[in-house]
Write a protein that binds this ligand. Structure first.
Ligand code: NAD
Length: 286
């Protein structure tokens, strides 16, 4: 059985993958700065910081691929974001290169291109949405994609960047009706990114088969991703509570939604708490 290192394994998406990847034939080595108390039989655990290159060289030894989720998953201060998300991604890719691990899946985000406007009609392809970050967080995801591209072109690795939409148990806003990535589809998408034959450098949206999608899934499907869920089953309750989305509202007219609004200006951003956590209430990726 091939083993995959999952960084940020204690987090929301990591916890979903630790449950789902073994059912698809992957042995999981789970890495996080936070110890996990819920590891499953056969799951290895590493407590380490992705910004520690030596620790990452140890962590990748013997695996066939890395799924890199670790980092700050929302807006924060530049020092915090650049260290955890950019330095951390460099260390993961460099450790993989040194160990000869040629496949890395990177958790990018829609916020790498958050200021990209909704097209007048039709679906938005990744090639029509180059980096256009909406926050320091989005800059770190654009840098993540750039680092991935470098390691493919210079070292011949395979790096798949997933521009994840809203990865939650259920959609909780009307924007999520277009951006939701269900737990089951998180597993399907990562599994496809791990198995796609020779993808080279790929950037794909990470959303479910939502009726209201406006991000084109053609490239993700070409990797082998077959989404099974649709946020529309939650639509009537959300629309009743919040109303139909106004497509002229920037929240619905730009890829990054509310991250493009003034509430995410630098002076409104919470600094990380000692230990690296984000202050409660500052909001997760949405
Ligand atoms: N959840 C979403 O909707 C969404 C959307 C787009 C992108 N993403 C990206 O997917 C990834 C996972 O998201 P999530 O929602 O599970 O986030 P999360 O905050 O629940 O989990 C992140 C995990 O990373 C760990 N971590 C942080 N810094 C670390 C470091 N330096 N070394 C080791 N571990 C570290 C944290 O302890 C945490 O367990 C993130 O990179 C995030 O930016 C998430």
């Amino acid at each position: 059985m091939s083993q995959v290192l999952v960084t940020g394994a204690a987090g929301r998406i990591g916890t979903v993958l630790r449950g789902g990847l073994p059912e698809r034939g992957w042995a999981v080595r789970s890495l996080d700065v936070v110890p996990m108390t819920d590891t499953r039989p056969g799951e290895e655990q590493v407590v380490a910081d992705t910004t520690d290159l030596t620790a990452m060289e140890d962590a990748v030894a013997g695996v066939s691929a890395v799924v890199h989720l670790a980092g700050i998953a929302t807006e924060s201060t530049w020092p915090a974001i650049s260290h955890a998300n950019i330095e951390g991604t460099y260390c993961v890719l460099e450790a993989a290169r040194r160990a000869g691990v040629s496949r890395v899946v990177l958790a990018s985000s829609n916020h790498a291109t958050g200021y990209t406007p909704r097209p007048d009609g039709g679906l938005l392809r990744e090639v029509d949405a180059p980096p256009r970050p909406d926050t320091y967080y989005g800059v770190s995801k654009a840098a993540m994609e750039a680092l991935g591209s470098l390691y493919v072109d210079r070292y011949g690795m395979d790096v798949v960047c997933l521009r994840i939409g809203s990865a939650f148990a259920e959609p909780t806003t009307v924007r999520h009706l277009s951006t939701w990535l269900s737990p089951g589809d998180q597993v399907r998408l990562v599994d496809a990114a791990l198995r796609a034959p020779a993808p080279g450098f790929a950037v794909v949206w990470g959303v479910s088969a939502n009726t209201r999608n406006w991000w084109d899934l053609t490239a993700a499907r070409a990797l082998g991703y077959e989404p099974a869920d649709d946020a529309e089953v939650f639509a009537s309750a959300l629309v009743e509570a919040y109303g139909e989305p106004d497509l002229a509202d920037p929240v619905h007219a730009r890829v990054g939604g509310e991250y493009t609004l003034a509430q995410f200006d630098a002076e409104n951003v919470e600094p990380p708490l000692p230990g690296g956590d984000i202050a409660p209430g500052s909001g997760a990726e949405r």
